[in-house]
Design a protein around this ligand. Structure first.
Ligand SMILES: NC(=O)c1ccc[n+]([C@@H]2O[C@H](COP(=O)([O-])OP(=O)(O)OC[C@H]3O[C@@H](n4cnc5c(N)ncnc54)[C@H](OP(=O)(O)O)[C@@H]3O)[C@@H](O)[C@H]2O)c1
Length: 286
């Protein structure tokens, strides 16, 4: 029986893991919400880790408000870096492996070819800087880690682009206005359900079978790239919504946090996940 401690149970990705593990044999899952276990409370985290003695910790917590992070730097660093470093130390102490999630925003997005796992990082906003600092603290403090960078997540139980577009598209259709969507940021939308399956297949099941999986940094996204505009168009096609959609550039839609122009994570270590468009179709048919 593999004992797993999952943090961030009610988030978009965390809840997708919980859905997977419900009723699965061979796993003993202990999952916590923010209220049940605040990762910034190191003492409480230590108590839980010692009490449960997990083989594996899955950290789905994060401060994910990219724009708010610009004015809440300390809090973003506390959750995404400092507490993650403490978590890594505790995992090492009790001998647990750690699966941690990070982001395309650790890169500056200037390379239109995309970024490999070991390419030089260089975040351009506070959220990205804090996530990058978290990665570094894990690497400094333990060896048994999988840092999984992903991008443009969508899925159940979270604020995500697909749901937002459906809402905004419906409002635009009703009011007869056009919907402006950014066309000069390129990335790979990723369905939480697919990401969870890839993490289980590539890391958790092999670990459970006692197979050697190299620890390190991995890139996992649905395959293919698009702009936010392409992504929105595809959503409306699938939903058969006739929205008057207008491509705009980033400078016409100023936000507090800068975004990388090319958020393309190249996966050179694992098998590719299915194309993002198929994943959106599945999500919308749920
Ligand atoms: N969403 C994306 O597009 C995206 C893209 C790339 C990478 N990622 C990464 O993927 C991971 C999962 O993201 P997500 O979209 O599932 O995020 P999410 O829906 O915002 O979930 C994050 C969870 O963390 C919890 N949390 C925040 N602070 C906490 C704390 N101090 N202690 C315990 N729990 C805390 C939140 O609880 P409350 O809501 O109650 O505060 C929430 O349940 C994160 O590492 C994120 O950086 C996400």
């Amino acid at each position: 029986m593999t004992r797993i401690l999952l943090l961030g149970k009610s988030g978009m990705l965390g809840s997708s893991f919980v859905d997977f593990f419900v009723g699965m044999d061979g796993f003993n899952l202990h999952a916590f919400t923010h209220t049940e276990l605040d990762i910034t409370n190191t003492q409480k985290l230590r108590e839980k880790l010692v009490e449960i003695g997990p083989d594996l910790v899955i950290n789905c917590t994060a401060y994910t408000a990219v724009d708010d992070a610009e004015k809440n730097r300390d809090l973003a660093f506390k959750i995404n870096a400092e507490s993650v470093g403490e978590m890594a130390k505790l995992c090492k102490e009790i001998g647990a492996a750690l699966i941690h999630f990070s982001t395309d925003y650790v890169f500056d997005g200037k390379n239109s070819e995309g970024y490999k796992e070991d390419d030089a990082t260089g975040a351009i906003n506070v959220y990205g800087e804090s996530k990058l600092a978290g990665e570094k603290l894990i690497m400094e403090n333990m060896k048994k880690y999988f840092i999984v960078r992903t991008s443009w997540l969508f899925g159940k139980n979270g604020k995500n682009f697909v749901d937002t577009m459906i809402k905004l598209g419906a409002a635009a259709m009703q009011s007869g206005t056009e919907l402006k969507v950014v066309q000069d940021q390129i990335g790979s939308p990723t369905y939480t359900h697919d990401l969870v399956n890839a993490v289980i297949m590539n890391f958790i099941e092999p670990l459970q079978r006692g197979k050697d999986v190299p620890f390190g940094i991995y890139h996992l996204t649905n395959s293919g790239v698009c702009s936010w505009y392409d992504f929105a168009k595809r959503i409306f096609e699938i939903r058969k919504m006739e929205v008057n959609i207008l491509p705009i550039n980033t400078d016409q839609f100023p936000r507090p946090a800068r975004r990388p122009a090319f958020s393309i994570l190249l996966n050179t270590k694992l098998s590719k996940m299915r194309p993002w468009g198929e994943a959106v179709e599945d999500y919308l048919s749920e």
